[in-house]
Design a protein around this ligand. Structure first.
Ligand SMILES: [Fe+2]
Length: 319
């Protein structure tokens, strides 16, 4: 396994010490990394990963979409997942491979990257640094593809591997871009968020070349575009105990909203939150082992989030 480290620091991911001291984990900042030459992140290796992944870990569609593209009108591409990778220069596509930590080679990559950050921060383990529930998402995009405005329910070191990319992230700390209801929808239904040009003063636009990246805090909205070259990027994500708690309460609230019982945002009523968490987590403890089955995942996703939640099975059937 070729794992290069920064000769000066021994770290795979670096940033200004001041950024880690004053911005992490509440505000975005630029990072540098040593992962761009890694053999696991070449198109050849990614093609093998596509073949190995269960179908519901692969989502793809046309890359010719608007920044404010609605999830339900996203155009698809008439290609198999393998063909998207093989023809990425001309496919006009955007693809994400989800939960790549289930593959041991990629788990090792994600953990090595985060452990090197933990060590430069003075911690001797991932757990001590709060890097729990580590998940990886690998993005492959054709030239001139757009990822619409959205938010994600985790903290993320987004690293650029091949080709340039623009990564624009927006300050929503005052809730004026996405309020709690919108965040709940993005976490429990579909990640896309309504975009408006008036958000521009809140934007941090990052032009990324291979070897560069951005720290994206929990739930900070962003959109991304590629240029004239195909692009490979990885989101190295984790969830602290605090983030997991918030996400679990949002999940319960999303379910209850569907049943006609909208709920106050997490943290508004701590007593109720505790009850929701206890119920949710005891059900989850029973369900969790069953999630190893793709068929079960598809069924439970449809039951909890509605049939539309299985939308990505339609990709490759576009006409
Ligand atoms: Fe994202």
């Amino acid at each position: 396994m070729n794992m290069h480290v920064n000769p000066a620091t021994g770290a795979l991911i670096t940033a200004d010490a001041a950024a880690f001291k004053t911005l992490f984990p509440n505000r975005p900042f630029r990072i540098r990394h040593e992962l761009a030459g890694d053999k696991r992140l070449t198109l050849a290796a990614i093609l093998e990963l596509v073949k190995a992944l269960p179908r519901d870990r692969i989502e793809y569609n046309s890359g010719k979409v608007a920044v404010d593209q609605a999830a339900e009108t996203t155009p698809l591409v008439d290609l198999s997942p393998e063909d998207v990778i093989a023809k990425i220069e001309s496919a006009g596509a955007w693809m994400v491979l989800k939960r790549i930590e289930h593959h041991p080679d990629y788990k090792a990559l994600l953990e090595a990257a985060l452990l090197s950050v933990a060590r430069t921060q003075g911690f001797d383990s991932l757990a001590a640094a709060g890097f729990s529930d580590i998940q990886g998402f690998l993005f492959v995009s054709s030239p001139n593809a757009t990822t619409p405005f959205h938010l994600d329910s985790e903290d993320n070191f987004f690293v650029q591997i091949h080709g340039p990319k623009q990564f624009s992230v927006y300050d929503n700390t005052d809730g004026s871009i996405a309020n709690n209801d919108v965040i709940e929808h993005a976490i429990t239904k579909h990640r896309n968020v309504k975009y408006d040009e008036s958000y521009e003063p809140k934007a941090m636009h990052n032009h990324l070349e291979p070897g560069e990246g951005v720290f994206v805090p929990y739930c900070w909205p962003h959109w991304i575009k590629t240029f004239d070259t195909y692009s490979i990027s990885v989101a190295i994500t984790w969830k602290t105990a605090k983030v997991n708690r918030k996400n679990d309460i949002y999940s319960v609230n999303g379910f209850l909203r569907d049943k006609g019982m909208p709920q106050p945002a997490p943290g508004t009523q701590p007593g109720r939150d505790r009850v929701k968490l206890a119920v949710y987590r005891s059900i989850n403890a029973v369900i969790s082992p069953l999630r190893k089955s793709e068929g079960f995942r598809r069924w439970i996703r449809g039951l909890i989030r509605g049939k539309a939640a299985n939308y990505y099975y339609n990709a490759g059937k576009a006409k």
